[in-house]
Structures are given as structure tokens and as C-alpha cells.
Design a protein around this ligand. Structure first.
Ligand SMILES: Nc1ncnc2c1ncn2[C@@H]1O[C@H](COP(=O)(O)OP(=O)(O)O)[C@@H](O)[C@H]1O
Ligand SMILES: [Mg+2]
Length: 252
């Protein structure tokens, strides 16, 4: 049994079957990549996992508890955090303030003023936020306003905002999308460090095969909303079905 068990998920948008009978098992303490061409259903699947979309049928269990029907912040409180395709940060706040925000969102599930004030003044939470910022090499930039950060640093900040919630499962939607080569390398190294230091299970959607093959231990290939193959990176490389699914897209 994996920490995340997805069974028989179907999701239609009008006449389009975005997900068709998706089964997926993510083992605890592994990095599991979900790859597939554009429109394969990867983001739709992630949206189901974090409660942003309700599937037409199927089940999603996290650590033995059903995820479906719960609100996004409840799923977050269960221990699932997500890094979005475009970093979701508070542009007008400092790096440090951005990291504090998920602390009260997790504790209280709301943005009530008393919760905000208590978290912003708590020493232990400040220490935790600083430790996480150090982990993602952003401590020196803690007073910078988030909008002034580079794309790579915004990604680091978003990662810190997830880590401060102490997740057991981190979902990453194309964490290197639109990054220059150097930032991509930095992100790969950052994820490896997080993995080693914190042992967080990760499910990662990614287009860049260099990222996938340097991070993942298991890979599921989605094509037209349905898993085509699930295997180790070595077995996925050069798999005829994978080549077929990627024809004219990525080089596998
Ligand atoms: N909210 C929506 N309404 C209608 N169609 C959608 C919606 N979201 C996604 N789709 C369609 O579902 C399919 C899968 O999309 P998506 O999950 O975004 O693919 P991927 O992330 O693999 O590129 C695509 O054909 C897309 O156009
Ligand atoms: Mg997508």
C-alpha cells in the first residue's frame, strides 16, 4: 500500500474524457514522476489530488483516509502540499512574511485576524521559518519583497511556503517550467536536498526529462488521460509505448 492510493479516477469536461480510469500508487518516501504529453491530464489529476476538482468517479486515499470531498485547506492539513506550475506567492509581502502565512493557514484553516497576529508574533514559528529559508538558500533574501525576486528564487520561496507546513506528500506541477538551465539545475539540487534532509514523499509532474530522470524512482506515463506504463526510470527510457506517446514532443 502506498501513502497515496488513487483508484479508478474518471473526469470528463463536457465531451472530453480528461482522466479515464486512472490508478496510481505512490510509495512512502519515494519520488514518483507523472509524465506525458501536453493535454494528457497531468494537471487535472493533480487538481483532483488537492481537492480543486471533484472527479466523476473513483477514490483517492492518503494514508488510509479519503481525500475526495474535502476542501483544499483540509487536504493541506492532512499533510499534502502543492507547488503550482506558476508560483503562488504574495507579491507585496517580504520573503519572510510569505513563509509565515502558511503557518496560520495550516493551523486555523482561515485567515482570521487573531490567528494571523498570533503566528506573526510567535518566536518558535519565526525560528522554524528561518530554518526553512536557510534550507532553500533564501535566508539572506528574507527582507526582499517577493515581486522583486528572480523566477528561480520565487520557486524557492514557494517551496519554503510548502515545507513550513511540514508536509508528508509534496506535489509539484512542473517545478522547472520556463526556467533557464542554471535555475533548473538548482531546482533539481534543491529537491534532492529536501528529499535527503526531510524524507518527504514527492509526486512530480514534469516535462523536462533531465529533471525526471535525475529525481524520480518511479515513473507513470499518462497518455490521453490514462496511465500507459508505470516503471523505473531505466525501464521507461526507450520504452516503445513512451516513444509513441511523446512522438513529436520530448526526447525520451
Ligand atoms: N476546466 C477545464 N474545462 C475543460 N477542459 C479542460 C479543463 N481543464 C483541462 N481541460 C482539458 O483536459 C485535458 C487535460 O488537461 P490537463 O490536465 O491540463 O493536461 P496536462 O496538464 O497534461 O497538459 C486537455 O484536453 C484540456 O484542454
Ligand atoms: Mg499541465
Amino acid at each position: 500500500m502506498g501513502i497515496l492510493e488513487v483508484k479508478g479516477i474518471n473526469k470528463r469536461f463536457g465531451g472530453l474524457q480528461a482522466l479515464g480510469d486512472v490508478n496510481l500508487s505512490v510509495a512512502e518516501n519515494t519520488v514518483h514522476a507523472i509524465i506525458g504529453p501536453n493535454g494528457a491530464g497531468k494537471s487535472t489529476l493533480l487538481n483532483v489530488l488537492v481537492g480543486k476538482l471533484i472527479p466523476d468517479s473513483g477514490s483517492v486515499m492518503f494514508d488510509g483516509q479519503s481525500v475526495l470531498g474535502r476542501k483544499p485547506h483540509e487536504i493541506n492539513q492532512m499533510g499534502i502540499s502543492r507547488v503550482f506550475q506558476t508560483p503562488e506567492i504574495f507579491s507585496d509581502l517580504s520573503v519572510f512574511e510569505n513563509v509565515l502565512i502558511p503557518c496560520f493557514a495550516k493551523r486555523d484553516g482561515s485567515f482570521r485576524m487573531h490567528a494571523i497576529e498570533s503566528v506573526f508574533s510567535e518566536k518558535a514559528i519565526h525560528q522554524q521559518a528561518e530554518e526553512i529559508l536557510a534550507d532553500v538558500n533564501m535566508l539572506e533574501k528574507r527582507h526582499m519583497i517577493a515581486s522583486s525576486l528572480s523566477r528561480g528564487d520565487k520557486r524557492r520561496l514557494e517551496m519554503a511556503m510548502c515545507l513550513v507546513q511540514d508536509p508528508r506528500l509534496l506535489l509539484l506541477d512542473e517545478p522547472t517550467a520556463g526556467m533557464a538551465r542554471a535555475d533548473t539545475e538548482n531546482t533539481i539540487n534543491l529537491l534532492k536536498e529536501i528529499r535527503t534532509k526531510r524524507g518527504i514523499t514527492m509526486a512530480i509532474i514534469e516535462h523536462d526529462m533531465n529533471v525526471v530522470f535525475s529525481l524520480a524512482e518511479r515513473i507513470t506515463v499518462l497518455a490521453q488521460g490514462t496511465p500507459l506504463v508505470e516503471d523505473t526510470p531505466d525501464n521507461i527510457k526507450g520504452h516503445p509505448k513512451v516513444r509513441e506517446a511523446y512522438l513529436g514532443e520530448a526526447q525520451v
